[in-house]
Ligand binder design. Structure first.
Ligand SMILES: *Cc1c(COP(=O)(O)O)cnc(C)c1O
Length: 425
C-alpha cells in the first residue's frame, strides 16, 4: 500500500470521507489522492516523495505559487505581533484600499472568511437593499455551500430550484430561480414570471466550476441591462476570476460593472478569506452603517490580510497579466494542436491563468453540454497525467490554474507529457 493510501484510510477513521472538502477525495477514481507534504513555487511533493507540477494551486488562491518568500515573510512578521485582535487594525485598510483601487466595481469592501460567506452576505445585502427576495442563479455556477445557493434546477428553464443536498429546505431552494448559463431567454422568462421580486442576478461571469465556460457575445451586457431595467442587482461572483483573468477580474476584461462583487481565493494569498464589495450606496446598507446585519469574529484577520496584501503587491506590475495571458495562450494553443494532430476531439477553454479541457467535438456553452462530454476518456487522461507528474483538476467540472511562475520551460515539460498521454489513451 502506498503511504497516501495508508494515510487516506487513517484519515477516514477521524474525518468524514477522509477529507475536509469533498473534491479532495478523488471521488471519480479508485485510488487514494496523493497526500501533500510540501509545496514550493509551482511544485508540490507528496508523502511518497513524488513531485508534481501543480495546476491546481489550492484551487486558485496561489497565483504566486507555493510558499512565496514575500508572502511567508509577511505572515511571519505579522504573526509575531499576534494573530487576532477583534479590534480594528491598519492592515485591514491596506488590503481594502488595494481591492478598491484594482477592482472597477468596488468602492467599499467588507472582509469575511471564505467565498461561501462572501456570496451569502452579498445575497443578503441585495435582498435588504432592494426589498425583494428571489435570486436568479445560473445552473452549474458554484457559489459556496450556503443553503439557498446549494440548489439544482427545477424541471424547466426559469423555474424555482430544488434542494441540491439533503438538509437544504425546499423553501430555501425555492427562493432561487435556476436558469442555464448563456441563455438570455430563460432570464427574460424568469423576470416575467417573478416580476418585481428578483433581488439579484448572481453568476460567475465566466464560470469556472463546470470547467471554464465562456460567455456568448453580449451575454454579460444583456444581464447588466436587464437588471438595471428591472431594479434588481447584478452580482458577479469573482471568487476565482478576481485578480486572476485580469487584475480587476472579468468585469475589467469585459468592461461590465456589476453592483456587487464577491472575492476570495487570491485575495487571501493562501489563507482563509473572502470579501464582498460594491458601490458606496449599496455597501452603506451593511451594519453598522446600515441595517443589513453581517459580522465575523475573525473577519479581517491580520494573517490573512498580510498574506493577501503581499500577494496583491506582486500583482501590481502591468507585465504580470500580459505574461500570464501569453503563457496560458501558449499552453492551450499547443494542447489544441497536439490533440488535432492525433485526431482527438477537444474543446479547450481559457482565460488568463485559467483553463479546462473537454473531450468533445461539440461547442460547450452551459452545464447541460458539459454533462455530455466523454468523462471516461477524461478520467484516463487525468490518471495518466498525474502518473507523469502533472497535477490537474481531477474532474471535467473543475478548472486548472496557472501561477505567475509557470515558465515556458515548465509548460514545454507539460506539453511533452500531454503528447505522450494522448498517444496512450
Ligand atoms: C471557491 C468558490 C466559492 C466558495 O469559496 P470558499 O472559500 O470555498 O467558501 C464561491 N464561488 C466561487 C466562484 C468559487 O470558485
Amino acid at each position: 500500500m502506498t503511504k497516501s493510501a495508508d494515510l487516506f484510510q487513517k484519515a477516514k477513521k477521524y474525518i468524514p470521507g477522509g477529507v475536509n472538502s469533498p473534491v479532495r477525495s478523488y471521488g471519480d477514481f479508485d485510488f487514494a489522492p496523493p497526500f501533500i507534504k510540501k509545496g514550493e513555487g509551482v511544485w508540490i511533493y507528496d508523502v511518497e516523495g513524488n513531485k508534481y507540477l501543480d495546476y491546481v494551486l489550492s484551487w486558485g488562491p496561489l497565483i504566486v505559487g507555493h510558499a512565496h518568500p514575500k508572502v511567508l515573510q509577511a505572515v511571519r512578521e505579522t504573526a509575531a505581533k499576534g494573530t487576532s485582535f477583534g479590534a480594528p487594525a491598519e492592515l485591514e485598510i491596506d488590503l481594502a484600499r488595494m481591492i478598491v483601487e484594482m477592482v472597477p466595481g468596488i468602492d467599499k469592501v467588507r472582509m469575511v472568511n471564505s467565498g461561501t460567506e462572501s456570496v451569502m452576505s452579498a445575497v443578503r445585502l441585495a435582498r435588504g437593499y432592494t426589498g425583494k427576495d428571489k435570486i436568479i442563479k445560473m445552473t452549474g455556477c458554484y457559489h459556496g455551500h450556503s443553503d439557498g445557493l446549494l440548489v439544482e434546477a427545477g424541471s424547466g428553464p426559469a423555474e424555482l430550484s430544488i434542494p441540491g443536498s439533503p438538509g437544504v429546505p425546499a423553501s430555501y431552494a425555492g427562493e432561487t430561480i435556476s436558469v442555464p448559463y448563456n441563455d438570455r431567454q430563460a432570464v427574460k422568462e424568469a423576470f416575467t414570471e417573478f416580476n418585481n421580486d428578483i433581488a439579484a442576478v448572481l453568476l460567475e461571469p465566466v464560470p469556472a466550476n463546470m470547467g471554464v465556460i465562456l460567455p456568448r457575445d453580449g451575454y454579460l451586457q444583456f444581464l447588466r441591462d436587464i437588471t438595471k431595467d428591472r431594479d434588481s442587482l447584478l452580482i458577479f461572483d469573482e471568487v476565482i476570476t478576481g485578480f486572476r483573468v485580469a487584475r480587476g477580474g472579468v468585469q475589467e476584461l469585459y468592461d461590465i460593472q456589476p453592483d456587487l462583487t464577491c472575492l476570495g481565493k487570491i485575495i487571501g494569498g493562501g489563507l482563509p478569506v473572502g470579501a464582498f464589495g460594491g458601490n458606496s450606496s449599496v455597501m452603506s446598507e451593511i451594519a453598522p452603517e446600515g441595517a443589513v446585519y453581517q459580522a465575523g469574529t475573525l473577519s479581517g484577520n491580520p494573517l490573512a490580510m498580510a498574506a493577501g496584501k503581499a500577494t496583491l503587491n506582486l500583482l501590481r506590475k502591468d507585465e504580470v497579466y500580459e505574461e500570464l495571458s501569453s503563457r496560458t495562450d501558449y499552453l492551450t494553443e499547443q494542447m489544441k494542436k497536439i490533440a488535432s494532430v492525433k485526431d482527438i476531439p477537444v474543446q479547450i477553454h481559457s482565460l488568463p491563468g485559467l483553463f479546462s479541457l473537454f473531450f468533445t467535438e461539440q461547442k460547450v456553452y452551459s452545464r447541460q453540454e458539459v454533462k455530455q462530454v466523454d468523462r471516461e476518456l477524461f478520467r484516463k487522461y487525468f490518471k495518466k497525467m498525474l502518473a507523469e507528474g502533472i497535477y490537474l483538476a481531477p474532474s471535467v467540472f473543475e478548472s486548472s490554474f496557472l501561477s505567475l511562475y509557470h515558465e515556458r520551460e515548465q509548460l514545454d515539460y507539460t506539453l511533452e507529457k500531454y503528447r505522450k498521454v494522448l498517444r496512450e489513451i
